[in-house]
Design a protein around this ligand. Structure first.
Ligand code: SF4
Ligand code: SF4
Length: 305
């Protein structure tokens, strides 16, 4: 990463957040998009690992928080999920309208006076052209110029390498949250807490049990997302909202009773945690047993060093 603050006038900040490793088709698309952006001196392009996996205090989020002005973010997530992941990590703004937004998102979250965060969903298109066209369209608007803590060098993107591993935690959509705190009461793993205004926050994201999406099923507003879940209703598809569409929660999920499913998921997560604790307790100590330690001392004494 280059050093120094680059107050590049009339440049637009573009961030490409890569998919998790192992998706060769996705890597090809990422490379093509970056190839199409190369040499663009009207852009500040930065490449990051998968947005959802970045640590709050890691270089990726630190970089994102440092960007001033409008920001285009290309991710392998629903724009709604990407926007609220950013928000939870202190990257604030209003969601700018892009080709990736559904009609249901016309009333986009955020204050009209705030800088725009334009989220593009890389899962929507297999070719780079629609994304490049959309970036050109956004760049041609009267954007707030980027202030980026590390600019690209010779028209090449700035790569931020942060070691990441797949994470799993809830993301709250505050444009929907009704502040009932049911999530806080339901989760037995201490994931949720409250802020100074008594609003729910994801206080300990990594305490969430991998694969458990239970609280997203009990949230009466459909405000809790797990961006990597296979079911769009849980991963952040904006077209599915019990509040806006006046749906019964039971209609949201393919299975019949969301509360029962959530309770079963929570029970499974508890059992898994107990199984893991038992395994840890049963694991033989890696320290030498007293007998072997005595043998070792005796052997060293015998060596007469
Ligand atoms: S259950 Fe849903 S609506 Fe209620 S506080 Fe939690 S996130 Fe907000
Ligand atoms: S998914 Fe389960 S473990 Fe994770 S926050 Fe929700 S209830 Fe808690």
């Amino acid at each position: 990463m280059g050093a120094g603050k680059n107050m590049a006038n009339s440049k637009l900040a573009v961030v490409l957040s890569k998919d998790r490793p192992g998706q060769s088709e996705h890597e090809i698309l990422e490379r093509k998009i970056l190839g199409g952006l190369e040499g663009r001196h009207d852009l500040e392009v930065t490449v990051l690992p998968h947005l959802y996996d970045l640590a709050n205090d890691g270089p990726g989020m630190e970089f994102l928080r440092s960007v001033g002005g409008d920001l285009v973010v290309l991710t392998w997530l629903y724009p709604r999920s990407a926007y609220w992941v950013l928000d939870a990590n202190g990257v604030k703004g209003r969601l700018g309208p892009t080709i990736s937004l559904a009609e249901e998102e016309i009333d986009v979250p955020g204050n009209p006076g705030e800088r725009a965060i334009w989220c593009l969903d890389l899962r929507n298109q297999k070719r780079p052209d629609p994304f490049l066209k959309e970036i050109n369209r956004i760049a041609s608007l009267a954007v707030e110029p980027a202030t980026v803590a590390a600019g690209q060098i010779n028209g090449r993107p700035n790569w931020i390498d942060e070691p990441t591993a797949p994470r799993w935690y809830p993301v709250i959509d505050f444009s929907r949250c009704g502040n009932c705190l049911e999530c806080l009461n339901f989760c037995l793993f201490g994931v949720f807490g409250t802020d100074a205004d008594e609003r729910p926050i994801v206080e300990q994201p990594d305490a969430c049990r991998s694969g458990c999406p239970a609280c997203s099923r009990i949230c009466p507003e459909g405000a809790i997302m797990f961006p990597q879940h296979g079911d769009p209703a849980i991963a952040g598809d904006p077209r599915i909202s019990p509040k806006d569409l006046k749906l019964d929660l039971s209609q949201l999920f393919r299975d019949s009773d969301p509360l029962q499913i959530a309770e079963a998921e929570r029970r499974r997560a508890l059992e898994e945690r107990e199984r893991q604790s038992r395994q840890t307790a049963e694991k033989p100590s890696e320290l030498p047993r007293k007998g072997s330690l005595d043998d070792l001392v005796d052997r060293i004494d015998d060596m007469d060093l």
